[in-house]
Design a protein around this ligand. Structure first.
Ligand SMILES: [Zn+2]
Length: 259
Protein backbone atom coordinates (compact mmCIF):
# COMPACT_ATOMS: atom_id res chain seq x y z
CA UNK A 1 0.00 0.00 0.00
CA UNK A 2 1.27 3.46 -0.79
CA UNK A 3 1.99 5.61 2.24
CA UNK A 4 -0.84 7.87 1.07
CA UNK A 5 -0.02 11.08 2.89
CA UNK A 6 -1.44 14.44 1.80
CA UNK A 7 0.62 17.45 2.94
CA UNK A 8 -1.83 20.13 4.11
CA UNK A 9 0.77 22.48 5.59
CA UNK A 10 4.58 22.41 5.71
CA UNK A 11 5.38 19.20 7.58
CA UNK A 12 1.70 18.61 8.39
CA UNK A 13 0.19 15.51 6.81
CA UNK A 14 -3.16 13.73 6.58
CA UNK A 15 -3.62 10.06 5.75
CA UNK A 16 -7.12 9.17 4.61
CA UNK A 17 -7.88 5.46 4.84
CA UNK A 18 -10.20 3.27 2.81
CA UNK A 19 -11.31 1.70 6.10
CA UNK A 20 -14.15 3.90 7.43
CA UNK A 21 -12.79 6.83 5.38
CA UNK A 22 -10.81 7.62 8.56
CA UNK A 23 -8.20 10.39 8.72
CA UNK A 24 -5.04 10.28 10.80
CA UNK A 25 -2.60 13.16 11.15
CA UNK A 26 1.17 13.56 11.30
CA UNK A 27 3.04 16.70 12.38
CA UNK A 28 6.81 16.64 11.83
CA UNK A 29 9.10 18.92 13.82
CA UNK A 30 12.84 19.05 14.39
CA UNK A 31 13.69 15.68 15.94
CA UNK A 32 10.13 14.86 16.99
CA UNK A 33 6.74 14.13 15.48
CA UNK A 34 3.11 13.88 16.55
CA UNK A 35 0.57 11.31 15.38
CA UNK A 36 -3.15 12.15 15.58
CA UNK A 37 -5.34 9.06 16.14
CA UNK A 38 -4.25 5.43 15.84
CA UNK A 39 -6.95 3.50 13.88
CA UNK A 40 -9.04 0.45 14.85
CA UNK A 41 -6.63 -2.36 15.77
CA UNK A 42 -2.94 -3.25 15.95
CA UNK A 43 -2.81 -4.35 12.31
CA UNK A 44 -4.06 -0.97 11.08
CA UNK A 45 -1.77 0.76 13.59
CA UNK A 46 1.25 -1.15 12.24
CA UNK A 47 0.30 -0.01 8.73
CA UNK A 48 0.05 3.58 9.99
CA UNK A 49 3.44 3.31 11.72
CA UNK A 50 5.05 2.03 8.51
CA UNK A 51 3.54 5.02 6.69
CA UNK A 52 4.85 7.43 9.36
CA UNK A 53 8.30 5.94 8.89
CA UNK A 54 8.24 6.77 5.17
CA UNK A 55 8.02 10.44 6.21
CA UNK A 56 10.15 10.76 9.36
CA UNK A 57 12.49 8.70 11.56
CA UNK A 58 11.76 10.91 14.61
CA UNK A 59 10.19 9.61 17.83
CA UNK A 60 6.47 10.30 18.14
CA UNK A 61 3.99 11.58 20.62
CA UNK A 62 0.35 10.56 20.07
CA UNK A 63 -2.97 12.37 20.47
CA UNK A 64 -6.44 10.79 20.54
CA UNK A 65 -9.23 13.10 19.38
CA UNK A 66 -11.87 11.05 21.23
CA UNK A 67 -12.67 7.63 22.65
CA UNK A 68 -14.28 5.90 19.64
CA UNK A 69 -12.52 2.67 18.71
CA UNK A 70 -11.57 3.70 15.17
CA UNK A 71 -9.50 6.57 16.59
CA UNK A 72 -7.75 4.82 19.48
CA UNK A 73 -7.79 1.00 19.43
CA UNK A 74 -4.35 1.13 17.77
CA UNK A 75 -2.82 3.03 20.73
CA UNK A 76 -0.82 0.13 22.16
CA UNK A 77 1.27 -0.13 18.98
CA UNK A 78 2.66 3.37 19.66
CA UNK A 79 3.84 2.70 23.22
CA UNK A 80 5.90 3.48 25.19
CA UNK A 81 5.22 6.98 23.83
CA UNK A 82 2.98 9.38 25.71
CA UNK A 83 -0.61 9.40 24.47
CA UNK A 84 -2.46 12.67 24.98
CA UNK A 85 -6.20 12.98 25.32
CA UNK A 86 -8.92 14.64 27.34
CA UNK A 87 -9.43 13.28 30.85
CA UNK A 88 -12.99 12.53 29.76
CA UNK A 89 -11.75 10.62 26.71
CA UNK A 90 -9.61 8.37 28.89
CA UNK A 91 -12.58 7.78 31.21
CA UNK A 92 -14.91 7.12 28.24
CA UNK A 93 -12.52 4.60 26.73
CA UNK A 94 -12.04 2.79 30.05
CA UNK A 95 -15.81 2.71 30.56
CA UNK A 96 -16.99 1.86 27.04
CA UNK A 97 -14.04 0.16 25.36
CA UNK A 98 -15.30 -3.39 25.86
CA UNK A 99 -18.85 -2.41 24.86
CA UNK A 100 -17.54 -0.77 21.71
CA UNK A 101 -15.46 -3.84 20.96
CA UNK A 102 -18.44 -6.17 21.35
CA UNK A 103 -20.63 -4.01 19.06
CA UNK A 104 -17.94 -3.65 16.39
CA UNK A 105 -16.97 -7.32 16.41
CA UNK A 106 -20.63 -8.35 16.11
CA UNK A 107 -21.12 -6.00 13.15
CA UNK A 108 -17.97 -7.22 11.41
CA UNK A 109 -18.88 -10.88 11.88
CA UNK A 110 -22.41 -10.18 10.59
CA UNK A 111 -20.92 -8.52 7.50
CA UNK A 112 -18.64 -11.50 6.87
CA UNK A 113 -15.36 -9.76 7.78
CA UNK A 114 -14.07 -12.31 10.29
CA UNK A 115 -10.44 -11.25 9.80
CA UNK A 116 -11.04 -7.66 10.93
CA UNK A 117 -13.35 -8.90 13.68
CA UNK A 118 -10.49 -11.03 15.05
CA UNK A 119 -8.14 -8.05 14.98
CA UNK A 120 -10.58 -5.76 16.81
CA UNK A 121 -11.31 -8.58 19.26
CA UNK A 122 -7.67 -8.63 20.43
CA UNK A 123 -6.87 -4.89 20.32
CA UNK A 124 -5.66 -3.76 23.75
CA UNK A 125 -7.73 -1.00 25.35
CA UNK A 126 -4.98 1.50 26.15
CA UNK A 127 -6.43 4.90 27.17
CA UNK A 128 -4.51 8.18 26.93
CA UNK A 129 -2.30 8.84 29.94
CA UNK A 130 -1.18 12.42 29.29
CA UNK A 131 -4.42 14.07 30.25
CA UNK A 132 -5.87 17.44 29.25
CA UNK A 133 -8.73 19.21 31.03
CA UNK A 134 -9.19 22.23 28.77
CA UNK A 135 -5.97 23.20 27.01
CA UNK A 136 -2.39 21.97 26.65
CA UNK A 137 0.42 23.31 24.48
CA UNK A 138 2.91 20.77 23.13
CA UNK A 139 6.33 21.48 21.67
CA UNK A 140 6.75 19.03 18.81
CA UNK A 141 10.37 19.57 17.79
CA UNK A 142 9.99 23.35 17.91
CA UNK A 143 6.47 23.40 16.50
CA UNK A 144 3.65 24.66 18.68
CA UNK A 145 0.67 22.33 18.84
CA UNK A 146 -2.33 23.30 20.98
CA UNK A 147 -4.77 20.71 22.29
CA UNK A 148 -8.14 22.30 23.01
CA UNK A 149 -11.46 21.31 24.52
CA UNK A 150 -14.04 23.58 22.85
CA UNK A 151 -17.13 21.99 24.39
CA UNK A 152 -19.17 18.83 24.01
CA UNK A 153 -20.39 17.73 20.61
CA UNK A 154 -19.82 14.43 18.83
CA UNK A 155 -19.00 12.96 22.26
CA UNK A 156 -18.58 14.38 25.74
CA UNK A 157 -14.82 14.66 25.25
CA UNK A 158 -13.73 15.77 21.78
CA UNK A 159 -10.21 17.19 21.58
CA UNK A 160 -9.21 19.63 18.83
CA UNK A 161 -5.57 19.72 17.67
CA UNK A 162 -4.42 23.10 16.36
CA UNK A 163 -1.04 23.27 14.60
CA UNK A 164 0.72 26.51 13.68
CA UNK A 165 1.41 26.60 9.94
CA UNK A 166 3.01 29.02 7.49
CA UNK A 167 2.28 32.71 7.89
CA UNK A 168 -0.44 33.15 10.47
CA UNK A 169 -2.31 30.06 9.30
CA UNK A 170 -3.11 26.90 11.17
CA UNK A 171 -4.13 23.35 10.44
CA UNK A 172 -6.86 22.03 12.72
CA UNK A 173 -7.52 18.34 13.32
CA UNK A 174 -11.16 18.36 14.38
CA UNK A 175 -11.82 14.67 15.05
CA UNK A 176 -15.45 13.71 14.52
CA UNK A 177 -16.72 17.14 15.58
CA UNK A 178 -16.55 17.65 11.81
CA UNK A 179 -17.57 14.96 9.34
CA UNK A 180 -17.21 15.12 5.56
CA UNK A 181 -18.92 12.74 3.15
CA UNK A 182 -21.47 11.40 5.65
CA UNK A 183 -23.81 12.89 8.27
CA UNK A 184 -22.26 13.62 11.67
CA UNK A 185 -22.56 10.67 14.08
CA UNK A 186 -24.93 11.31 16.98
CA UNK A 187 -24.73 7.97 18.86
CA UNK A 188 -22.81 9.49 21.80
CA UNK A 189 -23.45 13.13 20.90
CA UNK A 190 -24.65 16.23 22.75
CA UNK A 191 -26.82 17.76 20.02
CA UNK A 192 -27.86 20.81 22.05
CA UNK A 193 -24.24 21.82 22.70
CA UNK A 194 -22.62 20.68 19.43
CA UNK A 195 -23.52 23.83 17.39
CA UNK A 196 -21.86 26.16 19.94
CA UNK A 197 -18.76 23.95 19.98
CA UNK A 198 -18.57 24.14 16.18
CA UNK A 199 -19.07 27.90 16.42
CA UNK A 200 -15.88 28.12 18.49
CA UNK A 201 -14.08 25.85 16.04
CA UNK A 202 -15.30 28.00 13.15
CA UNK A 203 -13.95 31.11 14.88
CA UNK A 204 -10.45 29.75 15.37
CA UNK A 205 -9.94 27.94 12.01
CA UNK A 206 -7.43 29.75 9.78
CA UNK A 207 -6.65 27.19 7.11
CA UNK A 208 -7.31 23.52 6.43
CA UNK A 209 -9.65 21.67 8.81
CA UNK A 210 -9.16 17.90 8.92
CA UNK A 211 -12.37 16.03 9.76
CA UNK A 212 -12.31 12.66 11.48
CA UNK A 213 -13.61 11.09 8.27
CA UNK A 214 -13.65 12.30 4.67
CA UNK A 215 -11.97 15.03 2.65
CA UNK A 216 -10.05 17.93 4.19
CA UNK A 217 -12.32 20.98 4.51
CA UNK A 218 -12.12 24.60 5.69
CA UNK A 219 -13.73 27.07 8.08
CA UNK A 220 -16.64 27.68 5.70
CA UNK A 221 -17.50 23.97 5.79
CA UNK A 222 -17.43 24.06 9.59
CA UNK A 223 -19.78 27.03 9.57
CA UNK A 224 -22.13 25.21 7.19
CA UNK A 225 -22.10 22.08 9.35
CA UNK A 226 -22.93 24.23 12.38
CA UNK A 227 -25.98 25.53 10.47
CA UNK A 228 -27.01 21.93 9.73
CA UNK A 229 -26.72 21.01 13.40
CA UNK A 230 -28.90 24.00 14.30
CA UNK A 231 -31.42 22.75 11.70
CA UNK A 232 -31.37 19.32 13.36
CA UNK A 233 -32.26 20.93 16.69
CA UNK A 234 -35.01 23.07 15.15
CA UNK A 235 -36.57 20.07 13.39
CA UNK A 236 -36.49 17.89 16.49
CA UNK A 237 -37.85 20.62 18.76
CA UNK A 238 -40.72 21.29 16.38
CA UNK A 239 -41.56 17.58 16.34
CA UNK A 240 -40.87 17.37 12.60
CA UNK A 241 -37.66 15.33 12.24
CA UNK A 242 -38.49 14.83 8.55
CA UNK A 243 -37.68 18.55 8.08
CA UNK A 244 -34.12 17.99 9.30
CA UNK A 245 -31.07 18.08 7.03
CA UNK A 246 -30.12 14.41 7.45
CA UNK A 247 -31.63 10.98 6.77
CA UNK A 248 -34.32 9.52 9.05
CA UNK A 249 -31.96 7.15 10.89
CA UNK A 250 -29.52 9.98 11.71
CA UNK A 251 -32.36 12.20 12.87
CA UNK A 252 -33.73 9.41 15.09
CA UNK A 253 -30.30 8.89 16.64
CA UNK A 254 -30.04 12.62 17.32
CA UNK A 255 -33.54 12.67 18.81
CA UNK A 256 -32.57 9.92 21.24
CA UNK A 257 -29.71 12.11 22.47
CA UNK A 258 -31.82 15.26 23.07
CA UNK A 259 -31.93 16.11 26.72
ZN1 LIG B 1 -16.34 9.18 16.60
Amino acid sequence: MSPGWQEVGAGIFVRRHAELDLNCGLVVGDGACLVVDTRSHLGEAADLIAAVRTVTPHPWTVVNTHAHYDHCFGNAAFRPAAIWGLRGCAADLAATGELQRADVVRGLVDSGDQRTADLVACAPIDPPDSLVDDVAVLDVGGREVTLLFLGRGHTGADLVVEVEAEGDGTVVFAGDLVEEGAPPAFDDAFPVEWPATLGRLHALARGPVVPGHGAVVDAAFVGAQREELLAVLAALRSGRPEDGPYDAETMATAAARLR
